[in-house]
Design a protein around this ligand. Sequence first.
Ligand code: C2E
Ligand code: CA
Ligand code: CA
Length: 719
Amino acid sequence: MTNTASRLLILDDDPLIGETIQAMVQKGGYETRYTDDPAEFFSLLESWQPEFIAIDLIMPQMDGVEVITGLAARQASTKIIISSGADYRVLDAAKRSASEHGLTIIGILSKPYTRQTLLDMLDDNRMPAVSSPNHAKPEALPEPSREDIEQALVNDEFSIVMQPKIHCRDYTLAGFEALSRWNHPQYGFVRPDIFIALAEKYGLIDTLTEQVVSKALLWLKAMPESIDEPAGLEGLSTRLRSIGVSINISARSLQNIGLFDRIASSCLQHGIDPGRIILELTETSAMEDPLTSLDILTRLRVKGFKLSIDDFGTGYSSMKQLVRLPFSEIKIDRSFVMSAKTSQESRSITHAIIELGASLNLTTIAEGIEDAETLEFLREEGCDQAQGFHIAKPLPLAAVNDWILTHAWQCEARRLAELKDLDILDTPQEERFERHARLARRLFDVPFAVISLVAKNRQWFKSGQDLPMRETSRNVSFCTHTIAEDGFMQVPDTFESTQFRDYPMVTDAPFIRFYAGVPLRGPKGQIVGVFCLLDSKPRQLSDSQIERLEAIAELVARELAEGQRGFIDSLTGVLNSSGYDSTARQAVQLARRLNLPTLSLTISLDNLTRINEDFGFDQGNNALAATAKILQEVLRRSDVIGRYSSASFRALLIDNSENQVEEVIRRLRERIQQFNGRSDIYTLQCDIRPLNSGSAANSDRTAEVRHIDGRQAAVVNAS
Ligand code: C2E
Ligand code: CA
Ligand code: CA
């Protein structure tokens, strides 16, 4: 904290608010002035030179937007806080208009707010007392010249830092983005946007990019070996050997195919799969010349690189052209992510981009995540990956290993907590799991199909009765590596594998030669175990077999979730609302992966209150149970059914064409009518309506109401 007070100028038509703000911040070490007169405000702005200003948007003499225009005309560099009781859309629009005018908005205070919110906003944005080189105002320094940059390239003054990216669903490490840093002997730290622009201007950007790539590849190659895998984190080095690194590619470099040839041969030289390199291009750079881009980007994909559209949402490209380009990832611009918490509009845009990415089968990643709330929002929206200060700031290479280990321990703790929640270790054999194991043994013609739950020090087999052991220690478990791989893993012949050939399961009974496993996720998203096939003969699964194995594993995972206490509605035996939410979310994700359509139905028992009143609660309960039973009879076993509120159910239909959905609804009506024909106490009056397709897990209870509008399929009244 500085000892020289920062200045805050307040413009508000309500003196009481003005005084309150003054009182709030004075103790925090701020000098304040208050006025309700715009003319005085502008004059103080000149004479008093405040670091911060707080303005109300809605004032009788002048509206806040006009003040903003006035500030823009004066090219004010003050940090602005917008305060108002106005609707969020108005606040959003004002904020946008201000940033488009080049003004710095550090926050929006919607009334009422607390002293702490205001102080945090000020403190976080305050100028440091002693200006360190990296905080020095850029205009105070001479602009680095071409010679400066050339020298820096020769003297190896550019370094890289690595910012971690994680998977939203289980928070595990997904990879890193390499970012350049320049610590100039005289200028100190120069901001990347400044030196990158200069390197582009002087035609030196390709050399810089090559230095970044070569540093990143060297690091990527050496990093897994430089970390000793501790007991309890078995499989960590497996994961580290497959994570990717994102490299920023300047628009200027796109035409230079020679650069990419050199990057490709560096990969080859270091034994790094180009599929682990994600080239980040901004939307605008890719769209400058879409035709040439198509050509070049396709060649990059052919070389094996992944391609990400950086800063997505900030350009003005045509969707149609954009979706034709062979990208593998969309990176949502941080401006939307950073404001998601405060702006409904940013949340809508983020939601739309994630949907777009999912429907195009692209990885979606959000950057600029600065708090847990935003990360949770993205997770719920189904975003694949996340990056931001809340997860980690860009790290100097020397600090990365420590971060990786600390983070891996945190993830493992979360994983073990979810396994513990499932309360399934050391429980007896259960038919609901044996069923799936039998199916797999038959489908794949293997002697063993096993559910392995990977605990702290051991793996324990939930099914797999025929195996000579019930558990093994974790350090000789194949499944630990499947967990680390975060996806399907197979070992076609264990005798050929230096990693696995000495495992006791291989050297002793049952003499395993073949292993194939798919991770099992618990309802909260953590991988708790693996569904695996074992054989005493070497073999190899085809792609379609892998898909089948994954589908069975999905059912096993669902079984794990359903078995969890508190996930089942005891009255009807179907899932309860939280059980439904988490299972439906998983199912939607699976369906997206397999490219299958999903649709959710909401089924409400409209006359439940009447039944309760006329015939008593027991009959009301019977009516609910009868409705659930009809749903279970008509829907497929793979569909997800839940009681969503006291009188309504949700069902997620997977892989049904429109006609099939109509048929399902027709059959539900038919069954309800049959029931009503036979019932001599009460009848069931059910409303059956499709919800928005594909996002059952995201729709909350209010969405249920919102989505039932004229655009949805006609209401089917099955009473
Ligand atoms: P970018 O590619 O969008 O990189 C992400 C920037 O967001 C980084 O800024 C990173 O530090 C910052 N960031 C990450 N998480 C957060 C967060 O939670 N909050 C906030 N406020 N910021 C976050 P950085 O390192 O200053 O880089 C700025 C830009 O400079 C990059 O934006 C990229 O366009 C460019 N750049 C950096 N390194 C290179 C490079 O090696 N080559 C090229 N061509 N451009 C580079
Ligand atoms: Ca980037
Ligand atoms: Ca970016």
